[in-house]
Ligand binder design. Structure first.
Ligand code: BDR
Ligand code: CA
Length: 362
């Protein structure tokens, strides 16, 4: 059983000491950036590729953020691919109000020369899945545009993965973009529909060996980063810094000498200000880093299986995700939905991984 009493899905060991191949599809974004830092801070992870998705900011800016962040972290061997510029059929909306003009709050990263892959993000999904057939752990923390396009190209993709963690949707919970829709689902609902519809189809008449692990706002909003936790992170990285405070002048910059802690603090300040303005307190929800943590240890969360679908046509409810807990649709489950998490355990793990990464860059 997992720590919250639910079943542990998968395992966290590395047979034979091999590193775990992980593929990340992100719309970087403050919390996506912290998810990437979490993965880069895991010695057992081999980041097999990063797909850049349009969402929080344009896909060009997401590519820039991914390349620059890797460089800041001293990583030069992770392929970054550009995804579609638009959702499958909707027009792109972006969220600079939430994530800042470049997607990283007040943080600025030194621009680098590194190149994107010659193939696009959908192809990157398929290549990574084939290269690590049955072993690849994937996370999707932005709109599902690239993943849907990858499924069109390779309908067997779900069978090639070991695990998929999706941050998206809101289950029995209000939205953060419309009254009922979460951001990632709301930006490209058609891609959500294609991914969930395509999942069981990959196995035909067979029972799927795994279902997507889905983290909605009902779960991720429990992951509240506070100035106190940020100070714990800086201290663990042995970096002097000035704690963030809601009475600080807006846009005050980090005094941290460590380049990664500085970026985190400058990014988080913007994100905390946004949450404060939403009436949620001087804190920020780390939706996407939870997906990174769950990718490596699903036991961190308790899940319940359910058939999931997304509203595509409702004039008031487009982008709303629905879990049919009571089986009224008569469909088989196509997802495991996160329903309980221990935030303290998450933040312990976050600091255990990101602080050493920061220390290495000092
Ligand atoms: C999701 O929306 C984005 O703004 C965040 O990066 C996260 O993936 C939360 O609704
Ligand atoms: Ca995101």
């Amino acid at each position: 059983m997992g720590r919250t009493g639910g079943p542990i899905v998968g395992n966290v060991t590395t047979p034979g000491g091999q590193r775990l191949p992980v593929f990340a599809d992100v719309d970087t974004g403050v919390d996506d950036a912290l998810a990437l830092m979490y993965l880069l801070g895991c010695p057992e992870v081999q980041l097999a590729g990063i797909a850049s998705t349009a969402g929080n900011v344009s896909v060009h800016q997401v590519c820039r953020n991914n390349l620059d962040l890797l460089q800041l972290c001293g990583v030069t061997d992770v392929p970054v691919s550009k995804g579609a510029e638009q959702p499958l059929s909707a027009s792109l909306r972006t969220a600079e109000d939430t994530h800042g003009p470049q997607g990283l709050g007040y943080a600025t990263l030194p621009a680098v020369d590194a190149q994107l892959t010659s193939y696009d993000a959908a192809e990157a999904w398929v290549r990574a899945a084939r290269a690590h057939s049955g072993e690849l752990i994937a996370i999707a923390t932005g709109p599902l545009t690239n993943l849907a396009l990858a499924l069109r190209a390779e309908p067997e993709l779900p069978r090639l993965l070991k695990r998929l963690v999706i941050m998206g949707g809101a289950f029995d919970y209000r939205g953060n973009t419309t009254p009922v829709a979460e951001w990632n689902a709301s930006v490209d609902p058609e891609s959500v529909w294609e991914v969930y519809a395509g999942w069981r189809a990959a196995w035909g008449d067979e029972e799927p060996t795994h279902l997507p692990l889905v983290l909605g706002l009902n779960l991720t909003e429990h992951i509240e980063m506070t100035p106190t936790i940020l100070s714990r992170l800086a201290a663990a990285a042995e970096c002097a810094s000035t704690p963030l405070c809601e009475s600080d002048e807006r846009g005050t910059r980090s005094t941290a000498a460590n380049p990664l802690i500085r970026v985190i603090e400058d990014a988080m300040r913007f994100y905390c200000e946004f949450h404060f303005d939403q009436g949620e307190g001087y804190l920020a929800h780390l939706h996407d880093p939870l997906a990174a943590a769950v990718a490596l240890d699903p036991g961190l969360v308790r899940f319940r299986p359910a058939p999931v679908d997304v509203e595509l046509t409702g004039t008031l409810t487009r982008g709303m995700t629905i879990a049919d807990w009571s089986g009224r649709w008569g469909r088989e489950p196509n997802a495991l939905i996160g329903v309980e998490v221990d935030p303290d355990e998450f933040f312990d793990r976050f600091i255990e991984r990101v602080a050493p990464l920061a220390k290495r860059l000092a």
